[in-house]
Design a protein around this ligand. Structure first.
Ligand code: ZN
Ligand code: ZN
Length: 147
């Protein structure tokens, strides 16, 4: 399982029709078949904070069910509260480019998601054909370095 997925509960399959959820940016995903919208943890927290400014991690957890641990991690990574004018830069985990927030630069973030979406499509195709479970090989290739 990809680290990105493990952390943020990325919706991969549409709850309505089983289609592939395509990354739209800032934690938002849309089904490529029926256009159903869904969110990962970041998207949920972000949407909640937009509507409830000053909410505490406890209130957020109670309202949307994202664990406080995850909320604090998102805040720590500055994915939600980006410090304006900050001189310290983060670096993209893939290409090393300086970035203002999160773990990847926008290009690499999209690339990571496109890769996951493609894997999900393969998975759906395999399921339809009845090939059974993934056995490794090309589908196991990782974009993220191991820590
Ligand atoms: Zn759908
Ligand atoms: Zn990058």
């Amino acid at each position: 399982m990809d680290r990105l997925d493990m952390f943020d509960h990325i919706p991969k399959v549409c709850q309505k029709c089983g289609g592939v959820m395509v990354f739209k940016g800032v934690g938002e995903y849309q089904c490529e078949k029926c256009n159903f919208l869904d969110y990962d943890d970041y998207g949920k927290v972000r949407a909640y904070i937009e509507q409830h400014r000053g909410a505490t991690a406890m209130e957020i957890e109670a309202a949307i069910g994202v664990p406080q641990k995850t909320i604090r991690r998102l805040l720590r990574e500055s994915r939600i509260q980006v410090a304006e004018g900050s001189k310290s830069f983060l670096h993209c985990e893939i290409c090393g480019q300086p970035i203002r927030s999160g773990r990847f630069c926008p290009q690499c973030e999209v690339a990571v998601h496109r890769n996951m979406e493609e894997k999900q499509r393969e998975q759906l195709r395999r399921d339809k054909k009845g090939y059974g479970s993934e056995t490794g090989g090309e589908g196991q290739r990782r974009f993220m370095r191991e820590n």
